[in-house]
Design a protein around this ligand. Sequence first.
Ligand code: AMP
Length: 276
Amino acid sequence: MDEISGLAEMRAWSRARARDGARIGFVPTMGYLHEGHLRLVDRARECGDLVILSIFVNPLQFGPSEDFARYPRDLDRDRALAAERGVDRLFVPDARTMYPTEPSVRVTPPEGALGDSLEGAARPGHFAGVLTVVAKLFQIVAPHVAVFGRKDYQQARLVRRMVDDLDFPLTIEVAPTVRDRDGLALSSRNAYLSPAQRRSALALSGALGAVETAWREGLAAPGVQPEYLALVDEALQPVRQATPRTVALVAARVGVTRLIDNVVLGDGVAADPTVG
Ligand code: AMP
């Protein structure tokens, strides 16, 4: 599998293949590849004739106190995994080629929940860095389809919005989250976890599993028609992030009878007094 690091060379290769009639699929990553990335490659292959995978640890999307310097990197291993999975070209630009000077024009995420909530709130500047590098990669690689993972849900929504708003001539595909057998979502950053932390990290997928089961089995049980499951604060405002004291409320019809209930997160239903 051939590797390209120059921007002009990548541009020329991709444009030449497109002129020959090939549909080009693109998977942008920061490397330290795992099965989650490789399933995106499979999806790109289903959507196109040729697959380009980029590996670039993008400094723009890391905050000053984040893990840019120690982000895991192993290009030899990535090369072997990408070749084995049938990637046609690896695009591995270096930071000085991508950003000879710090880019002064950046793609700004939209204001409001899409750009400012959750990861946007936790990591100021992160999504501007992501959208700027993705826009730049789209310009260089000029794919017909680009594949992103649902694990980074907000990122995938933002990329889709950018492509729609700015008329990038390509399609965005979003592929499901790939998990380890015990439920932990695969992530290059899992490499940071000690064995004990790796066990603790199951709290994330455990919580999501419990919410989804609550909806599916709890509220969608036979004879129950769910009306809503909401998370609000004490002023009844919907919350963007659940915290202790957030209230979960449900309403459902059981037969013709409409019932409501609620629980304060952290207290537990078991903390409510029972009769007898
Ligand atoms: P990253 O290298 O972490 O920037 O991720 C590159 C792409 O792989 C992004 O579109 C991610 O959403 C996707 N990705 C990362 N982890 C997973 C996973 N466990 N399952 C599916 N896609 C993933």
